[in-house]
Write a protein that binds this ligand. Structure first.
Ligand code: ZN
Length: 388
């Protein structure tokens, strides 16, 4: 029997004009929810002397100011929630910049939608109920582990929640449980490949066939290396904790951009300096508006991720716009194994150490055994090594 191509064909292949109509209807409900329940957004509307009824078209959305990461931090922990805590069934966290991280809540409906997005993602990659799926994203406060876990269960695959760490055990599980799909961060997949080789295991002895990777930037050369060393087909995936987790966008079998779930998210690309909205094809910062979230609605949220949009039809049949792979950030962040590191955090630690100057250089280098971080505070040689 041929593998199922779409998880939710009615939505994934909906004509674009209907997607936009759906977005507008959902946007108005979301704005009302935010206006009436989140003090931050209510103030925003009042400052502009408008109400949600004044936003009549998707273009009108541009009248609203952008929501910054700092705005979410200021709402820590529950200030940005639009529902009472008794309606929240799951709480997650995003990795923060400095100070408090963002706390994200999901209602039962939010979780259902989230699981549906991941199920679409898995199905688009050709994963079926016949597969044995090993998830090595972390299962902690961050969203990716649980997000892929429940999406995998929804499509009926067997999920192995190995979570992060103990690379040798990952390989043993992969071999003994006959894992066919792996899901996690791309550079950890390479570390697994190296460990398997060190253990004398040829990737062809394993049952692997597909890998989904995200959480940190990786390019085509890394894709090629993962595919060669693990004998799999590798797909790029994209999600944000602030948007509920994984499944925000994903590659289809064409692997020519990541389809954004436009029934759930309204996406704009802006010039990160001027805030001006850019046309499809132009590169800038991704800005997301959630149009179907109950607990944690976001209006024009700046992701800090640089990408561009492609609204041309895709040969796969999906009508949702595609975004180019994210390889750069606007906020100076460094991502290591899916965890955000901001140089400002390092600076904060350095300034508290007596005898060190304010100038420093942060060098991040990748080795097969993991990451090595060398730090030197200029002008005092030699470099001080810190564990990575
Ligand atoms: Zn496609």
């Amino acid at each position: 029997m041929a593998a199922k191509t779409f998880w939710n064909p009615e939505i994934e292949c909906m004509p674009r004009v209907e997607i936009q109509q759906l977005q507008l209807e959902r946007l108005q409900a979301t704005m009302n929810r935010a206006y009436h329940n989140v003090a931050f957004y209510r103030r925003r509307f009042e400052e502009l002397d408008i109400t949600p009824e004044d936003i009549q078209t998707i273009a009108d959305l541009r009248r609203l100011p952008l929501t910054e990461k700092e705005d979410l931090h200021r709402g820590y922990p529950y200030g940005m929630f639009a529902v009472p805590l008794r309606e929240v069934v799951r709480i997650h966290m995003s990795s923060g910049t400095t100070g408090h991280p963002s706390v994200v809540g999901l209602t039962a409906n939010d979780l259902r939608h989230q699981t549906d997005l991941v199920a679409r993602n898995l199905t688009a990659a050709g994963i079926t109920k016949e597969d044995v799926v090993q998830v090595f994203f972390g299962y902690g406060l961050f969203t990716a582990g649980f997000g892929y876990h429940y999406g995998t269960e929804a499509i009926g695959s067997s999920v192995i929640p190995v979570s992060h760490g103990d690379t040798q055990r990952q390989v043993e599980v992969m071999r003994d449980f006959r894992t066919t799909v792996i899901i996690g961060t791309p550079y950890y997949a390479l570390r697994i490949a190296q460990t398997a080789e060190d253990m004398g295991i040829d990737s062809h002895e394993l049952s692997l066939r597909i890998g989904l990777f995200g959480g940190e930037p990786w390019d085509e050369s890394v894709r090629q290396e993962i595919e060669d060393r693990l004998s799999i087909k590798a797909f790029d995936v994209y999600g944000l904790a602030e948007l509920g987790g994984p499944g925000v966008s994903f590659e289809c079998e064409q692997r020519d951009g990541l389809h954004i779930a436009e029934d759930q998210f309204l996406v704009e690309v802006i010039d990160p300096d001027s805030g001006q909205v850019l046309e499809p094809g132009q590169s800038g910062e991704l800005v997301f508006t959630t149009v179907n979230k109950e607990a944690f609605p976001l209006l024009r949220y700046r992701s800090g991720d640089l990408s561009s949009l492609n609204t041309e039809p895709c040969p796969c049949g999906r009508t949702h716009a595609r975004m180019s792979r994210v390889s750069q950030y606007t906020d100076g962040r460094i991502v290591v194994r899916g965890i955000n590191i901001f140089p400002g955090q390092v600076e904060g630690v350095l300034t508290e150490i007596d005898g060190l100057g304010k100038e420093y250089q942060l060098i991040l280098a990748r080795r097969w055994s993991g990451w090595k971080c060398m730090l030197n505070s200029l002008p005092i040689p030699p470099p001080i090594r810190c564990a990575g």
